[in-house]
Design a protein around this ligand. Structure first.
Ligand SMILES: Nc1ncnc2c1ncn2[C@@H]1O[C@H](COP(=O)(O)OP(=O)(O)OP(=O)(O)O)[C@@H](O)[C@H]1O
Ligand SMILES: [Mg+2]
Length: 267
C-alpha cells in the first residue's frame, strides 16, 4: 500500500531582515500508509509550518521528507492540502472549482466532468455544482474544498484546522463526512487541530508538539491511550468530561491526553 511518509529530522527557519527564527525544531515522524494522525500543540508552536513543509511549500533547513521512498522537493500531485480558509475561486462554480484542480492532469473533457461530479457527489453536493462560492455556506464551501482535493486521489491528505471556522454542529457533520471518505479512499491523513476532542474522535494516532520553537514530543496510539485511561481513571480529573459520543473509554482517553499535554506543554 502506498502513502508512506517519512519525515527525517527536519527543522525549519524563517528569515526576515537578516534575522533567522527557528519555527520548527528537529522533528522526526513516520506516517504509515492509510493511517489517520492528528497533531495538537499550542498556538505558534509550528504546526502549520510543519504541514506546509510536508506539502512542499516551505523547504526544510535540515533533514528530508520522503513519500514512498522518494524525496519530496516541492508540491506534488500525490499530496493534497486542505486549509481552514477554503481558497475557492469566487468566479468559478463549485463544479468549476473541482474541475480546475483536475486540469493539470489533462484528462479528456468528459472524464474531467465525470470525475469532478463524482467528487462533489461524494461530499453530498452534486445538486449544488452550479452554485458559486458566494452562494454556499461555510460547511458547503469546505465540502467543495474536500471534493477538489479528493478528485485527484492524493496518496497523502494534509489538513490544517479544516473545520476551525465552522459552528459546532456543522463541524460534527464534516467530521463524519471526512471519516466516511477517508475510509473509502484510505489516503494517509495528517490533521492539525486545536481541539483534543476532535483529535480523539478522528485519529488513530495523536502527535503532541511542545511550545515554540516546537517539535513532536509525545506520540499516542488511540488504543494505548484507552488502556492507559483504564489504569489511571481514578485519578482522572476529567473523567466525567462530556463528550459528543458516549464512548467512555474515549472520554477517559481524553482525560489522560489532556493531563499529559498539560504536563508536556508546561515543561
Ligand atoms: N511566513 C512566516 N515568516 C516568518 N515567521 C513565520 C511565518 N509563518 C509563521 N511564522 C512564525 O513561525 C512560528 C510558527 O508558526 P505556525 O503558523 O507554524 O504556528 P501554528 O502552530 O500553526 O500556530 P496556530 O495554532 O496559531 O495556527 C510562529 O512563531 C510564527 O510567528
Ligand atoms: Mg497554524
Amino acid at each position: 500500500m502506498s502513502g508512506h511518509v517519512a519525515i527525517d529530522d527536519i527543522s525549519i527557519r524563517y528569515s526576515a531582515r537578516r534575522q533567522s527564527q527557528l519555527a520548527l525544531d528537529v522533528t522526526r515522524l513516520a506516517l504509515a500508509p492509510g493511517t489517520f494522525s492528528a497533531i495538537i500543540g499550542p498556538s505558534g508552536c509550528g504546526k502549520s509550518t510543519f504541514l506546509n513543509a510536508i506539502a512542499g511549500f516551505i523547504p526544510p533547513a535540515s533533514g528530508e521528507i520522503r513519500l514512498d521512498g522518494r524525496v519530496l522537493n516541492g508540491p506534488c500531485a500525490d499530496v493534497g492540502v486542505i486549509f481552514q480558509q477554503y481558497a475557492l475561486f469566487p468566479w468559478l462554480t463549485a463544479l468549476g472549482n473541482v474541475k480546475f484542480a483536475l486540469k493539470r492532469f489533462k484528462l479528456p473533457r468528459a472524464e474531467l466532468h465525470r470525475r469532478a461530479l463524482a467528487a462533489l457527489e461524494e461530499v453530498g453536493l452534486a445538486s449544488l455544482g452550479h452554485h458559486y462560492p458566494g452562494q454556499l455556506s461555510g460547511g458547503q464551501k469546505q465540502r467543495v474544498g474536500i471534493a477538489r482535493t479528493l478528485a485527484f486521489e492524493p496518496r497523502v491528505l494534509l489538513m490544517d484546522e479544516p473545520f476551525g471556522a465552522l459552528d459546532a454542529q456543522t463541524r460534527g457533520v464534516m467530521q463524519d463526512l471526512l471519516l466516511r471518505v477517508w475510509q473509502k479512499h484510505r489516503a494517509t491523513v495528517l490533521f492539525i487541530t486545536h481541539d483534543v476532542d476532535e483529535a480523539l474522535l478522528l485519529a488513530d494516532r495523536i502527535e503532541v508538539m511542545s511550545a515554540a520553537s516546537g517539535k513532536i514530543i509525545r506520540s499516542y496510539g488511540l488504543s494505548q491511550l484507552r488502556s492507559a485511561a483504564g489504569a489511571q481513571s481514578r485519578q482522572c480529573r476529567f473523567a466525567g468530561y462530556p463528550r459528543r459520543n458516549s464512548d467512555t473509554a474515549a472520554a477517559a482517553g481524553f482525560a489522560v491526553l489532556t493531563q499529559c499535554t498539560a504536563g508536556c506543554l508546561a515543561s
